[in-house]
Design a binder for this molecule. Structure first.
Ligand SMILES: [Zn+2]
Length: 379
């Protein structure tokens, strides 16, 4: 039992001088108390705001906000670069979804699709957070250089998880690994046919062997809505040598997929819509947007991809289109010398669908003529 002394007995022991001092300081104490209270409220609000906001690079979005900024990659052995980043912070809690496009800066439809997504997302409708990097390879985009980053000649989707002291591509990959991949829960990497690739839309299902993880990524490709899906089961398993962006996320336990649409430098409405609407459908599957996703009901699973390369340099003529279904042995194109004499004929090594075929006459020895996807009924 705790004995509490009677109040009167207690106050009666305070000397009169103390009482006079208390009376004198009471208004000041009240003021101090109010100031302290206000400071506490301000501190708590700032803390809550900090807890509620999400920052990537220089972009900080509070709940219900869409913020823009840049991911600064400082100069090293070569030039610095500054990658645009958007953070959409929902009013309600939910997962962090990362959307990354333009590792290949001339796969235009995928870049424009994310520009549309940036405009269409309303933070008040979003649950969780969306990080959007619409254009990773700015030098490729500005200089119209396909496949690589012209600063160091490297593909910006082959050097993950990157290196802090490497060339620009490796430093960018490192920054994205640290600031985007490690902080997200799900990721989508957007690609398409490059300037020289006549491509039909498809996505990749990265089958890792982990049944729980694979069930989520399988649902993600179905929710995204592209009906031709490559089953990719031989991606590197080592997180320290993940090479590809989606694989960098998957090897770190974050379900990720890659999607492709667009071809030959074009920005077709259909391709942009496939990627933009696919993103919104995937967000509905992840419950980051209200509504039900539109899942692919009858996917065409592609168990193996055959790459046909030219064994001669010269002028390439395709004889099939992107998306054409071919039988094994069918002629898909040919190469002539500069006098018009046929010096090489390309044939499909197996039955399947032409995922993409070279879209320009330029052909070097060893260049890709086409990628053929072999259909599997048992993915
Ligand atoms: Zn690409």
């Amino acid at each position: 039992m705790i004995l509490i002394p009677a109040k009167r007995a207690y106050t009666s022991t305070i000397p009169e001088r103390t009482l006079a001092w208390l009376a004198y300081t009471a208004p000041a104490m009240k003021l101090i108390r109010i100031v302290c209270l206000l400071s506490l409220v301000a501190f708590c609000s700032a803390t809550l705001l900090a807890q509620n906001s999400f920052t990537v690079g220089t972009a900080t979005a509070a709940a219900g906000q869409k913020a823009t900024g840049t991911l600064e990659v400082p100069a090293g052995v070569d030039a610095a670069t500054s990658i645009p980043v958007v953070v959409v912070r929902g009013n309600k809690s939910g997962p962090v979804l990362a959307l990354v496009s333009g590792a290949h800066g001339t796969e235009y439809a995928s870049i424009i699709a994310l520009e549309k997504v940036i405009q269409s997302l309303d933070p008040t409708q979003v649950s969780g957070t969306v990080i959007i990097l619409p254009l990773v390879n700015i030098a490729s985009f500005e200089q119209k250089v396909p496949h690589v980053n012209p600063v160091d000649g490297k593909s910006m989707n082959r050097f993950y998880p990157g290196k802090q002291d490497g060339t620009q591509t490796e430093r960018v990959s490192y920054a994205i690994t640290k600031q985007v991949v490690e902080r997200c829960d799900y990721l989508v990497d957007y690609h398409g046919g490059d300037i020289d690739e006549n491509l039909r839309p498809y996505s990749y299902w990265p089958k890792s062997g982990d049944a729980k993880h694979d069930a989520i990524t399988r649902d993600m490709v179905l929710a995204f809505g592209l009906d031709h899906i490559i089953v990719w089961s031989d991606r590197p398993k080592d997180p320290a040598a993940s090479r590809y962006l989606d694989n960098t996320a998957n090897t770190r336990g974050k379900p990720a997929i890659a999607v492709e649409a667009g071809y030959s430098g074009t920005v077709q409405t259909d391709d942009v819509a496939l990627l933009a609407n696919g993103t919104l459908s995937l967000m509905r599957y992840l419950k980051t947007l209200p509504g039900a996703p539109a899942m692919v009901e009858h996917p065409v699973w592609l168990g193996k991809v055959d790459t046909v390369t030219s064994d001669q340099p010269g002028i390439f003529y395709p004889v099939v289109q992107r998306g054409t279904y071919v039988e094994a042995g069918m002629k898909i194109g040919y190469v002539t010398d500069y006098f018009g004499k046929t010096i090489y004929e390309a044939h499909a090594p197996a039955a399947g669908v032409v995922l993409y075929i070279c879209g320009v006459p330029s052909m070097k020895k060893g260049d890709t003529v086409a990628n053929i996807g072999e259909i599997t009924t048992n993915p």
